[in-house]
Design a protein around this ligand. Structure first.
Ligand code: FAD
Ligand code: NAI
Length: 506
């Protein structure tokens, strides 16, 4: 009984300490301290975007020496790796969002956050034009502002290859609204299939989900839909569940080309067991209201009835980026995106525009991992530049004082010592080129299985299965930017495990 008493007390003490720490951290984050005001004598950095690249920059930068203005049509950061989980209700949409002001309110100097879409960048006059494209607008809804430096991170948009019907009839998986629209459309199909008198052929059509693109996005969406079917729909729609079919269409000979052969095989076998059809060497040619038109491996054309088409066929650059590339001239000749040097400076911009993330054409894949490392690197560059600016200003002030008579010999000595120390500090400010450190690739494939290609001792280890799934969950939980999001996602996972996913339509 003595042992039980000690155990009880230790447990209680642990709960009190952990609870107290949790409370202290959350409250400190909720009520950040005072910030320095914007300062017209400092240079202005305009940041375009609030995604992986921009948010990583904002989190890491020391903005004491700059006025920072963020422009993005979304006033939040979206944790894209968990977006497919929102589409089937495993996670609530708000659990994977972080308001940009939650980041900027913790910076040393105030940051201006503007919810607007940048429509034009003028690299000659160094200005950005932007507009409020939301339904409610004030008297002013478009304007142009100057910048000294531009951190350009608007990401990419969905590549449609101008295939007929994609934009109007398919669901994307890029923004939060896309996941919500997909959930709504699928639930609508399900309830329409439950409408009395529906023929079997019509039920089959309504409940056929076609996912286009065998990259990680398409694979994760198909895996999440399969979980929804197995864990929830079989219980709540028992008479319809057997009609639900998931087909993944991929133009290349295999899915997931960025993963090792072993993991591709593992995924294909797992999908087969889960009864997800994979159609490789098959290209979508058109999306119609009630079907998708496919070009089969033998080049024949087949029209497949379906209720939902999810389009996850990759990225292309946004119109604003294509225009900027044209304005920057001959140095920007890569259609994949903006060319940057080893310091993330945009070629042809004269050193005032930096670009990070999916908007760039580099040797790295367009991933969150790359964008966030580039953002953190560029933040260090700006912190160094700010430090350099401050030292240069101090040196100029000291030299001005020198021109005036310096009273006593002691004052003159102290003055020359300070000049020496500031000059030496200035020489130590070194800006190194960006280098990427690959932490591995991870993807969820459904049925509580994930795949991982991880760098290990100059080689790679490939792993797939339930243990990898637990690793996937813990890796994403730690990668989430804030304690608030980690808590919300963990609670959602628990809610789904205990109560299942919600099947009501809003
Ligand atoms: P984004 O994160 O897309 O951010 C762009 C920002 O710019 C957004 O805030 C947008 O609102 C804003 N913006 C757009 N247009 C304008 C404009 N005109 N003016 C101002 N602002 C603008 N990568 C991984 O490494 N691991 C994963 O597990 C992973 N999973 C993914 C899952 C899904 C479903 C998707 C779609 C992508 C996933 N990715 C993953 C890829 C990753 O999300 C991208 O590579 C990453 O978001 C790129 O970061 P970015 O900052 O360049 O662009
Ligand atoms: P993707 O470019 O990786 O894959 C798109 C796929 O669609 C390609 O395989 C392409 O062959 C196929 N496709 C294109 N047109 C088609 C057509 N008409 N018919 C049939 N198939 C067609 O795109 P995705 O998956 O959206 O990924 C984009 C980026 O985000 C990648 O860099 C990826 O690595 C990253 N990402 C990473 C994740 C992870 O690490 N877990 C998850 C999601 C995305």
């Amino acid at each position: 009984s003595r042992f039980l008493m000690i155990l009880g007390r230790t447990t209680l003490a642990t709960i009190v300490v952990a609870g107290g720490t949790f409370w202290y951290v959350t409250q400190k984050n909720r009520h950040p301290g005072k910030q320095l005001p914007l300062d017209s004598t400092k240079k202005t950095v305009v940041v375009i975007g609030s995604g992986w690249g921009a948010t990583s920059w904002l989190r890491n930068v020391d903005n004491t020496e700059f006025n920072v203005i963020v422009i993005s049509p979304k006033n939040y950061f979206l944790f894209t790796p968990l977006l497919p989980s929102v589409a089937v209700g495993t996670l609530s949409p708000r659990s994977i969002l972080q308001p940009t002001r939650f980041v900027t309110r913790h910076k040393p100097r105030q940051v201006q956050v503007i919810e607007a879409e940048a429509t034009d960048v003028d690299p000659v006059n160094k200005t950005v034009t932007f507009a409020d494209n939301t339904p409610i607008k004030g008297a002013v809804s478009a304007t142009t502002i100057p910048y000294d430096y531009l951190v350009y991170a608007p990401g990419a948009e969905v590549q449609t290859f101008n295939i007929p019907g994609i934009k109007e009839k398919a669901c994307f998986m890029k923004e939060l609204g896309d996941a919500e629209r997909l959930q709504d459309r699928f639930m609508d199909c399900l309830e329409s299939a439950a409408f009395p008198g529906q023929s079997d052929a019509e039920i089959d059509r309504l409940l056929h989900v076609v996912v286009v693109g065998g990259g990680p996005t398409g694979i994760e969406v198909a895996g999440e839909f399969h979980d929804f079917l197995e864990d929830d729909l079989k219980a709540w729609y028992p008479e319809l569940a057997q009609h639900i079919r998931i087909t993944l269409v991929e133009a290349l000979p295999s899915v997931l080309p960025m993963f090792s052969k072993q993991l591709i095989d593992f995924t294909e076998t797992s999908f087969k067991e889960s009864k997800i059809d994979i159609m490789t060497k098959t290209m979508v040619k058109e999306v119609k209201d009630e079907s998708v038109v496919l070009q089969m491996p033998d080049k024949s054309i087949v029209e497949v009835p379906c209720g939902v088409v999810v389009w996850a066929a990759g990225n292309r650059q946004r119109a604003i980026t294509m225009n900027l590339m044209k304005k920057l001239g001959a140095e920007q000749d890569n259609r994949r995106g903006l060319l940057v040097d080893d310091y993330m400076q945009v070629k042809g911009s004269g050193g005032s525009i930096y670009a990070i993330g999916d908007v760039t054409a580099t040797s790295y894949a367009p991933t969150a991992q790359v964008a966030s490392q580039e953002g953190a690197y560029l933040a260090r560059v700006f912190s160094q530049m700010g430090k350099k600016d401050a030292l240069e200003r101090r040196l100029a002030d000291l030299r001005t004082e020198e021109a005036k008579a310096l009273g006593t010999p002691e004052a003159a000595k102290a003055h020359s010592e300070e000049i020496e120390s500031v000059s030496s500090a200035l020489q130590k400010v070194k800006i190194r080129p960006f280098s990427y450190s690959h932490q591995g690739s991870l993807a969820y494939i459904g049925s509580e299985k994930a795949i991982a290609d991880l760098p290990f001792m100059n080689g790679n280890i490939a792993s797939g299965g339930v243990a990898t799934y637990l690793f996937w969950r813990s890796a994403y939980l730690t990668t989430l930017f804030s304690l608030r999001n980690r808590t919300l996602v963990a609670v959602d996972w628990m809610r789904t495990k205990v109560f299942g996913r919600d099947v009501s339509r809003e």
